[in-house]
Write a new protein. Structure first.
Length: 256
């Protein structure tokens, strides 16, 4: 069992939802709110129960973000593991075969469909936490977060997108614990740029497509995150490793 984190967020809890049906269904309702009502990516009439789900959900690790004050789900994402269904991206994206040949693979699916790869999918944040026009879907501005109560010490890196980075930290933990070494995602450029500032660098693996808006398929190597963040932002790396079991953290020594 991992030790308690010393970096507990004062406002949000990040947790796995698979074993909590109430919260899992709340995340499906949030997906409906964002994909059907807010962004109108999907027709609302296809989801009479007002919960957006699909055939990939049973193959996924579901992560939720809860507001500590009222325990409501305000963000969610799933990590889709390879299955006979393939990955959601396969149905929309074209992959750059030369990119994968340069990595030593004859076909992209040799890596993308391996047991150590997975897709980040259905990342949503409640519209109530996306207050600025340029926040897009992911609450990327620092002032989308509540300010700490008077007399409370500010956290380090207060100019960061706390919600999005918190979700990606949880994704990182899930990957480490499930031996996932490569992550795929169809993403908007502004999210890619924001994550790169924090040493989470996704590489394009195909051309831009229209998939719930203009997005590009990307791939992230967990070893690359360890190398970049460990070297360039050791304080943040220490925070991301905090809460993981020793077998996943022993490689890191801040300042070493």
């Amino acid at each position: 069992m991992a030790p308690p984190s010393k970096y507990q967020d004062p406002y949000f809890d990040f947790l796995i939802l698979n074993d909590n049906l109430k919260l899992l269904h709340a995340s499906f309702a949030l997906r409906y709110e964002v994909y059907c009502e807010d962004q109108k990516f999907l027709p609302a009439e296809d989801y009479p129960e007002k919960k957006e789900t699909d055939e990939f959900d049973p193959c996924s690790i579901h992560i939720g973000l809860l507001n500590k004050k009222d325990h409501n789900i305000i963000g969610a994402v799933r990590i889709v593991k390879p299955s006979p269904l393939g990955l959601p991206m396969d149905r929309h994206c074209v992959y750059d075969k030369e990119f994968f040949r340069n990595l030593g693979y004859d076909h992209p699916h040799e890596l993308l469909h391996s047991p150590t790869s997975a897709e980040i999918s259905r990342l949503v944040v409640s519209p109530a936490y996306r207050r600025r026009m340029n926040d897009g879907l992911y609450a990327l501005s620092e002032d989308t977060q509540q300010k700490p109560p008077a007399g409370t010490q500010e956290r380090r890196h207060t100019n960061r997108p706390v919600i999005t980075l918190g979700i990606y930290k949880m994704i990182y933990h899930c990957c480490k614990r499930n031996n996932i070494t490569h992550l795929l995602s169809a993403m908007e450029p502004h999210l890619v740029r924001s994550l790169a500032r924090w040493q989470v660098v996704f590489n394009p693996i195909g051309p831009e497509i229209d998939y719930y808006g203009p997005v590009t398929p990307y791939m992230l190597g967990l070893a690359d995150v360890d190398r970049r963040m460990g070297s360039n932002m050791p304080d943040l790396m220490e925070e991301w490793l905090d809460g993981l079991e020793p077998e996943y953290t022993s490689w890191f020594s801040k300042g070493g």
